[in-house]
Design a binder for this molecule. Sequence first.
Ligand SMILES: [Zn+2]
Length: 419
Amino acid sequence: MTSNGRVDGLAVDGGRLAAELETLATFSDAPAPAVTRVVFGETDRQARGYVARLCADASLALRVDAAGNTFARWPGTDAALAAVATGSHIDAIPNAGRFDGTVGVLGGLEAIRALQRAGVTPRRSIELVLFTSEEPTRFGLGCLGSRLLAGALAPDVDDRLRDADERSLKQWRTAAGFSGALSSVRLATGAYSAFVELHIEQGPLLEADGLDIGVVSAIAAPASLRIVIEGQGGHAGAVLMPDRHDAFLAGAEIALAVEAAAHATGSIDTVGTVGVCEVFPGAVNSVPSRTRLELDVRDVDVVRRDGVLAAIRDACAAIASRRGVAVGIEPINADPPARCAAEIVAAVTSACEAQRLRHRPMISRAYHDSLFMARVAPTGMIFIPCRGGVSHRPDEYASPDAIANGTAVLARTLAALAS
Ligand SMILES: [Zn+2]
């Protein structure tokens, strides 16, 4: 490696990386090609063990924190300097695909191995991070590990966050072998000089434009709400229509109001989704007495996004009074957007040019651990194309070449930032 971090003779082993991604996909609660891997469940633990073995094989020093975030460090020649970090997640929502998150973990590992093979000796340590629970499946809150690392969550979440069976985060993480106080998870100030995450685009733009790499400049701001509607239950035959206060029908109107509010901004960048609808008691011959919705609103413009949330609240109030039901709205999260650091955007862009790859600046519309890492370190993201822009589905696909390209760009970026 030259003093400016340029690497000669970099060769990513795309075949090995593709095979490792396939193996990782076998740790799943759903039959292939679907992947379901919920944090701290049996398959998540097995998958963590597999990644840890690969890291140990690469002579990386492993550490886990109380939240189960896992760190694999390649020591630099100057141990006193802040490390350069990369990483992503391996948990997968129900019936998801093989590449979301995993490309950033195993691609990060292959980037380190490629630098090792190229004879690089980094000045700063380079650290691979496997974040706990990027997906909100188990506890209803995404980016759990990176939020804790960034100090963006109070440690009382240990007891407060619970799964559908009222089992707490503390119970789950302890059973998975991660003990200690959650307050110890927060990163020391300046722990990392940079953080770079490799990820599939999860959208169609790179493929449509025939480009290899998206250099992310900003991450959109997501917000989610839990809405509980309390109506009046009763016998589906006996309660006459004029007398009803049906909690599900109020919820259905609210769901349509979410769609209308997202459309009403007139911007293609506003999206609103009701992804959870639970009806109680859930019997065919019973008028629904309670309905729980969870919805997600995102935008790259936080003011516009908050305007959509306000419109949804207004609609809830109107629907509640018209239908004679009670509507409770509980914010789950409302995170500010993140800007990527100019020096990392520049390093990624230079790496694309060194690899002779076609690239463009992009905004990340999906949620990533980088959103929270950006609070504690200069952060950037590298996107690679995925077929049809499809993600969170079993047919999610990124080609081995696309993954190898992203990994090479990541390797060069890490080398430059660690030099
Ligand atoms: Zn992801």
